[in-house]
Design a protein around this ligand. Structure first.
Ligand code: GDP
Ligand code: IMO
Ligand code: MG
Length: 424
């Protein structure tokens, strides 16, 4: 049994798409367990770039089965558009994509509410895809699931009840227009027709596959610091992006999961609002953003960039039970004279050697850094760890020592081939 969770160890966009694509040949199923089309996972194959939002990144590998689990929230239009784009590029979807009947569905009022909240003070900087409001309805037991979408009478009743409440909120609290029941009802009945062929009891399918010794890869979206429980709350997404979410979000019990692999960017980025202790100042921000092409794969927003923060990654290793690490985007640091690694925070005279759940501490702290010399050499064509410049090896070794976790793979470019194992 080798069922693996691949999880982002920072604030998302660590390069999970590339890593999932590398592991996909070794497994039978690739499964998304949380989030929705707020995710943007990039896979580069030669000249072709694919950005996956809802469909698992394993879809690019012929014959692999891709599952959208119960923990995911689905915007049916976004899903159908993505399927169409993939099919146009010659990727076969039918028979290879399974959608959980228990997954919750995003409706236009979720997106509108997300947008409205983002216009107000205290915004999170969300992707405005309706993710938060949809999960809020799920927890409030008002949500409409895929299984409800497939039953005309249930959809009618649930949509009716939901719209009654949502329209009251929109018109009376936010002074916005109400949504028309008939328009949404017809639109979603149409989506239901198109999606029906993919829908099944995915928990049963996955557990049956495990009994038959098939291998499963769980594809985390977002990152640990965006987890609703363990991240920089309230500047988080609304799901459990951590490895634990792989069980609740698929119906595969924790005893069936063998390994957790953390994807770690060689520096740090985040999109949206919220604390970021090691964030660069303007000059370095511009340089690294340009070199690392740090613009959101979903919204195109510039990503905030900063030095490697060992405290947040140590927190991730603990929360996810990470066994091994893949370090990505080392090449982006190629031109720097020297590099900093954050090893502690200082706040109001007190030194913090670990992550703090207090946003006040994370926002106001001064990072304490170690400084290492840069390597000032192009690493993008390097094909083995031994051939890396010695200062690049020293940087990785230092990270490994600080994290007390083995680095198994190093990535020096977006292409599949720009990856090598770290060795001992
Ligand atoms: P994800 O959300 O974790 O899947 O990451 P994204 O796809 O949003 O962002 C990662 C970006 O970095 C994508 O554009 C990748 O093609 C790119 N990328 C991945 N690994 C590397 C690497 O080692 N070096 C460079 N330069 N780019 C990389
Ligand atoms: P992948 O899977 C980076 C961030 C948003 C915002 C917060 C809440 O590509 O790593 P939401 O729309 O989820 O309610 O927004 O979470 N966010 C991401 N940041 N990568 C992602 O996904 C993200 N998905 C959401 O920018 O700060
Ligand atoms: Mg991304």
């Amino acid at each position: 049994m080798t069922n693996i969770v691949i999880v982002g160890a920072q604030w998302g966009d660590e390069g999970k798409g590339k890593v999932i694509d590398l592991f996909a040949p070794k497994v039978d199923f690739i499964v998304r367990y949380q989030g929705g089309n707020n995710a943007g996972h990039t896979v580069v194959i030669g000249e072709d770039e694919f950005i996956l939002h809802l469909v698992p990144s394993g879809i690019l590998h012929k014959g692999k089965i891709c599952v959208i689990g119960n923990g995911v929230v689905i915007d049916p239009k976004a899903l159908l558009d993505e399927i169409e784009t993939l099919e146009k590029k010659g990727i076969e979807i039918d028979g290879r994509l399974l959608v959980s009947e228990e997954a919750h569905v995003i409706f236009p009022y979720h997106k509108r509410l997300d947008e409205i909240k983002e216009e107000k003070k205290g915004k999170i900087g969300t992707t405005k895809k309706g993710i938060g409001p949809c999960y809020a309805d799920k927890v409030a037991r008002l949500g409409i699931r895929v299984i409800d979408l497939l039953d005309e009478a249930t959809l009618k009743e649930k949509l009716h009840n939901n719209l009654e409440e949502k329209n009251a909120i929109l018109t009376k609290i936010y002074m916005q227009e109400a949504f028309d029941f008939e328009t949404i009802y017809r639109e979603y009945l149409n989506y239901a027709k198109c999606i029906k062929k993919y829908v099944c009891d995915t928990a049963a399918t996955l557990n049956d596959a495990i009994r038959k010794k098939k291998r499963i890869l769980f594809e985390g979206a977002q990152g640990t610091l965006l987890d609703v429980d363990h991240g920089t709350y309230p500047f988080v997404t609304s799901s459990n992006s951590t490895a634990g979410g792989a069980s609740t979000g698929t119906g595969v019990g924790p005893t069936k999961i063998d390994k957790v692999i953390g994807v770690v960017k060689a520096y740090t980025t985040r999109v949206g609002e919220g604390p970021f202790p090691t964030e660069f100042t303007k000059d370095l921000m511009g340089r690294i953003r340009q070199k690392g092409k740090e613009f959101g794969a979903t919204t195109g927003r510039p990503r905030r960039c900063g030095w490697f923060d060992s405290l947040i990654v140590k927190h991730s290793i603990m929360i996810n039970g990470i066994d091994e690490i893949v370090v990505t985007k080392l090449d982006v640091l190629d031109d720097l004279d020297s590099l900093k690694i954050c090893t502690a925070y200082r706040f109001e005279g007190k030194v913090y050697n670990g992550f703090s759940s207090d946003v006040k501490v994370l926002t106001g702290c001064e990072p304490i850094y170690e400084e290492l010399p840069g390597w000032k050499k192009d690493t993008t064509k390097i094909t083995s760890y031994l051939k890396l410049p010695s200062n690049a090896k020293n940087y990785l070794k230092r990270i490994q020592v600080l994290l007390k976790t083995k680095i198994v793979l190093v990535s020096v470019g977006s292409d599949r081939r720009q990856t090598f194992s770290k060795g001992a």
